[in-house]
Design a binder for this molecule. Structure first.
Ligand code: ATP
Ligand code: MG
Length: 698
């Protein structure tokens, strides 16, 4: 087993301990994810465990994909039968098969937050609630928390404690009815129905207990109650369960994650072994030391000893800018300098922020300095109107109960089917308990629609039926092209001849590439499985392995990742820690864990930046330096001051647009300014004012 040599003794012990419950509780960068990867490879290669008997659960689809390719590398063969995915993707796979046992069709639709909001808004208006007093978002959150705790609407109703909760109960009830009508599941339903399926069907549960003889879960500290129950139910019989996690990296309690799952693992699985990994392989001594100091301020933690024998490394650079624009410019310039000096790729740099709103200034600085960048979660491709429209067509072709999709497409592009006709169709279908396609057919046959409407609906039925037939025989990419063509979607856009319309066309074309890429990579080429894939895509999953652009993201989405250079921006009280989380000790500790997660993503260089004055959400504030920065002892930090630089003849300089050059002359001017004559390698001689040229010394 040559690859076992690539593990330290504790990691190896964790890999070899296969037949009983095991918790690997260890700090950042200590190889927890590596243990899971190597263990899967070990099970297959050494213990001859058939691939289909292994279930690996990771936090994102991207992480699952990476794990799959690492395992394949270790085994030097493809691994296609190990179930590797998130809790949600695992649930979808099982429910597509056994959904009818819990009252849902196999071809259910999966709603995103946008669709949820639409449904909740409908409920709000049907219950005659004032949307201003009851914003949909807070219902969505309440319902989500309830579902994660496996509380159904009826149970919720029984335990209401306030007037507001009684309203939530009503909304929840009605929302759930609508989901069922639409044969649609939201994200939390995926888990809740899976638990229901397991709890109510012994045979199915024991089938999966036998199937998944080995279960491995990464990032266990961020599981919620529903996920905990799923693991518990599946692993209870054979107890061959490995979970890995770090209590110091629990950062999703605001989304229902419960740190007790990891802290009480030994209670849930009596006799469980606990292995601690103490060597960090990721970061320099300085970075790790500073991160350890910060997290030591938390009271609610198990406490651990994490060390590294990596190099001491540079000190952590702290830069306090005048405002957020100066901060962003600093980040951009440091990236350029460091990239040149250390011969790094832009893909080696990550810039973090606490909330998305902070990204704008950073983005602008990247553009201004000509730095290629990607932003995670900023522009949501799958939230764009045109993409949602086309996907709604595809969804309706699969699930004709999906009224949410029907509403999107019935008059897109415009075909003169009005709201009145649509309501008739919906009411009729709901009344008869039939799907919307059949409802439309009945109404047309019975002549219950106006003459013009009837004709249009008939055409629409034909369109849908022909597309359904087409979908059975063709690939997803061809189907998308057919949808675009037969519906006249592209035609309508091209006739507009505006820049926005052009961008929409390009996005739709991008969707075709997504389908192509999908069919290249996956085994199940059905339309259903393509739609699953899209629905389960999270922001971070779109982060491609590439080395040519800087990545901008929230600290939350950086979990589990690592980068040679990390910038943590907005290190200010009220920004980070976030103003909403500064009151309660527990919330503050979660912020501090988030800070620990952020710092420990860095391998070689870590920058902390802040602004004296920041405009965010339209308000201008002057914030104090973040307490997290103050918690780092001085010896780890090197403040960066960007004093006005003076140039000398013969010095090498760098300009963001013109690249490298040499100072040929320095000329003091009468007004006190300095003029520089610079000879750039690419474009030759330029006369510049020193103060404004934005030159960096090399
Ligand atoms: P996090 O807490 O951030 O999720 P982790 O504990 O999962 O971190 P890994 O991502 O598995 O840690 O490992 C961190 C880095 O250290 C990776 O680059 C990994 O390849 C490397 N690494 C881990 N263990 C070893 C080892 N024994 N020898 C060499 N490199 C290692
Ligand atoms: Mg990890």
């Amino acid at each position: 087993m040559f690859f076992l040599d690539e593990l330290n003794p504790q990691q190896r012990e964790a890999v070899l301990y296969t037949e009983a419950p095991l918790l690997v509780l260890a700090g950042a960068g200590s190889g927890k994810t590596r243990v899971i990867t190597y263990k899967i490879a070990y099970l297959v290669k050494e213990l001859d465990v058939p691939e289909e008997n292994i279930l690996g659960v990771t936090f994102t689809n991207k992480a699952a994909g990476e794990m799959k390719s690492r395992v394949a590398k270790l085994l030097q063969k493809e691994v296609s039968d190990v179930w590797l995915g998130t809790f949600h993707s695992t649930a979808v796979k099982i429910l597509r098969r056994y959904g009818p046992y819990v009252g849902i069709n196999n071809n259910f639709s999966i709603l995103d937050e946008d669709d949820q909001t639409t449904l909740i808004k409908e409920v709000i208006s049907e219950l005659n609630l004032d949307i201003k007093r009851y914003p949909p978002g807070s219902f969505i959150e309440k319902i989500s928390r309830a579902k994660e705790s496996l509380i159904d609407p009826v149970t919720y109703g029984e335990f209401v404690e306030s007037y507001y909760e009684s309203i939530v109960a009503k909304v929840y009830q009605k929302y759930q009815e609508k989901l069922i009508q639409n044969q649609a599941l939201d994200f939390d339903d995926l888990l809740m129905y899976l638990v229901k399926l397991f709890r109510e069907n012994d045979k199915i549960l024991s089938y999966y207990q036998n199937k998944f003889r080995y279960i491995l879960v990464d990032e266990y500290q961020d599981t919620n109650y529903a996920q905990y129950v799923i693991v518990f139910l599946l692993a209870q019989a054979h107890r061959r369960l490995t979970v890995v996690g770090d209590d110091d990296q629990a950062i999703y309690s605001w989304r229902g994650a419960d740190i007790r799952n990891i802290l009480e693992f030994e209670k849930d699985f009596p006799g469980a072994k606990v292995i601690r990994l103490e060597q960090n392989y990721r970061s320099t001594q300085n970075i790790l030391g500073a991160a350890n100091k910060v997290i030591a301020n938390n009271k609610f933690r198990k406490g651990k000893n994490l060390w590294t024998d990596n190099e001491i490394g540079s000190k952590i650079k702290l830069y306090i800018a005048k405002d957020e624009i100066a901060e962003a410019n600093f980040v951009a310039r440091e990236i350029i300098l460091l990239q040149k000096r250390e011969n790094l790729n832009f893909g080696d740099f990550a810039v973090f922020y606490r909330t998305h709103a902070q990204s704008r200034a950073l983005e602008e600085a990247m553009i201004k300095n000509g730095i290629p960048y990607r932003i995670i979660g900023g522009i949501k491709f799958y939230q764009r109107k045109e993409i949602k429209d086309i996907l709604a067509y595809l969804r309706f072709l699969v699930n004709q109960y999906d009224g949410i999709s029907l509403k999107r497409i019935i008059n897109t592009p415009r075909r003169g089917i009005g709201d009145a006709t649509l309501s008739k169709i919906i009411d009729y279908a709901n009344e008869k308990g039939i799907n919307y396609l059949d409802a439309m057919k009945h109404l047309v046959e019975k002549g219950e629609l106006g003459k013009k409407a009837s004709k249009e609906v008939e055409k629409f039925i034909e369109l849908i039926e022909s597309l359904i037939a087409y979908s059975k025989l063709h690939s997803v990419e061809d189907l998308i092209i057919e949808v675009l063509d037969k519906t006249g979607y592209i035609k309508e856009l091209s006739e507009l001849q505006t820049a926005t319309a052009q961008m929409r066309i390009e996005n739709v074309e991008e969707l075709i590439s997504v389908a192509k890429e999908y069919s290249r990579q996956s085994e199940d080429l059905t339309l259903e499985s393509f739609l699953n894939y899209i629905s389960l895509m999270s922001d971070i999953d779109t982060l491609e392995e590439e080395n040519s652009s800087v990545v901008l993201m929230t600290i939350h989405s950086a979990k589990g990742l690592e980068f040679p250079v990390v910038f943590m921006t907005g290190m200010e009280e009220g920004v980070f820690p976030h103003s909403l989380s500064m009151g309660e000790r527990e919330e503050l500790e979660e912020e501090r864990r988030l800070c620990y997660v952020g710092m420990t993503r860095a391998k070689r260089y870590l920058y902390l930046t802040s602004a004296e004055i920041r405009t965010l959400y339209g308000h201008t504030n002057s914030n104090e330096l973040s307490r997290f920065v103050k918690e780092i002892p001085e010896e780890y930090i090197e403040p960066v001051t960007k004093a006005e630089v003076t140039f000398e003849r013969g010095e090498k300089v760098w300009h963001s647009r013109w690249g490298e050059g040499v100072i040929q002359e320095v000329r003091p001017l009468e007004d006190g300014e300095t003029e520089l004559v610079v000879v750039f390698n690419d474009i030759g001689k330029k006369h510049l004012l020193a103060k404004y040229a934005g030159l960096e010394k090399l």
